[in-house]
Design a protein around this ligand. Structure first.
Ligand code: AMP
Ligand code: FE
Ligand code: FE
Ligand code: ZN
Length: 289
């Protein structure tokens, strides 16, 4: 069973990389990609745990990007990068820039939250492993530990959603630049959970063909189609697009830990032939045996 999208506590998952791999093994996952947001920090530990638990590890990154659509609107796009060279300077620098901006942004959100809740940046930091990528889930976990909300999910619904008065956006690289950076580092790029913000009930003709055309033109290698957040009405459209442009298609869980999100390891899977295409197209990193 192949699951190519999962998070550890090196970003916003709740399991350490070792626990993540152990839980994957328990769930029957035989090949697992560790894809923390904007970092490769969990790779080494996951690879060691993979050997101990007979799970093949595909190291990856979920890169936060932003794509301009129209003149002054931009949307957040997550690009999964499989097997890029983790030492590639251009990629390393861009990820570092994103992570630093995420810290500044989280501090700003804490300052806004502090107007209404007794939260401090130190409280947020105290529960994060050294060097892990900071995101809204860390703020959610802090609010849960303070007893403000019962769960992470509740924190998002009531307080941390993107239209909330506490929301601050962060810097992200342009999606097309990210695709080029990933390719330059020998990695394979797959758009994560496409159309996650697509309004329920919107018609197929509203699907942003132009948006995909730009990404494919920039060298996008694949589309994550089987994911619980991809709207059902969009799946066939995305499959047709993949066939037309000879793109890889994947299916994955986007697991964040048992209490991190409802997503369960192995709930969506990738076909072996598609994994093989990723391995064939990647040249940035060879998983050591
Ligand atoms: P950020 O990148 O800091 O804006 O935070 C977005 C992250 O929050 C995503 O990567 C998700 O993993 C997580 N997230 C979004 N919505 C929810 C939710 N309802 N419950 C739990 N986690 C969520
Ligand atoms: Fe996440
Ligand atoms: Fe994502
Ligand atoms: Zn993810």
């Amino acid at each position: 069973m192949i699951d190519l999208h999962a998070h550890s506590n090196m970003s916003d998952g709740l399991d350490s990389p070792t626990e993540l791999v152990q839980n994957a093994a328990k769930a029957g996952v035989t090949t697992l990609a560790i894809t923390d947001h904007d970092t490769t920090l969990g790779w080494d530990e996951a690879i060691i745990a993979g050997r101990q638990n007979q799970v093949r590890i595909i190291p990856g990154i979920e890169v936060s990007t932003r794509q301009l659509i129209g003149d002054n609107r931009s949307i957040s796009v997550h690009i999964l990068a499989y097997l890029p060279d983790p030492k590639n300077l251009a990629l390393v620098q861009e990820l570092e820039k994103t992570r630093l901006s995420r810290i500044e942004r989280a501090k700003k959100m804490v300052a806004l939250l502090a107007e209404d809740y007794p939260i401090t940046w130190e409280m947020v930091q105290a529960q994060l492993p050294e060097g892990s990528t900071v995101g809204r889930p860390a703020l959610a976990d802090t609010l849960v530990s303070m007893g403000v909300v019962p769960t992470r999910s509740d924190a998002f619904t009531s307080i941390l959603h993107s239209h909330s008065r506490y929301y601050v956006s962060d810097y992200s690289v342009d999606t097309t630049d990210a695709i080029a950076l990933i390719r330059g580092a020998g990695g394979v790029s797959v758009i994560a959970h496409p159309l996650i913000d697509f309004p329920a009930g919107a018609s197929m003709t509203d699907l942003p063909a132009e948006f995909f055309k730009i990404l494919i033109g920039a060298g996008l290698n694949g589309i994550e189609i089987e994911h619980r957040s991809v709207p059902k009405q969009a799946k066939q459209w995305l499959k047709n697009l993949a066939v037309k442009h000879n793109l890889i298609t994947t299916g994955s869980s986007d697991y964040h830990g048992i209490d991190g999100k409802d997503n369960r390891l192995g709930e969506n899977r990738t076909e072996p032939a598609m994994l093989q295409r990723i391995l064939d197209q990647a040249s940035g990193f060879e998983v050591p045996l």
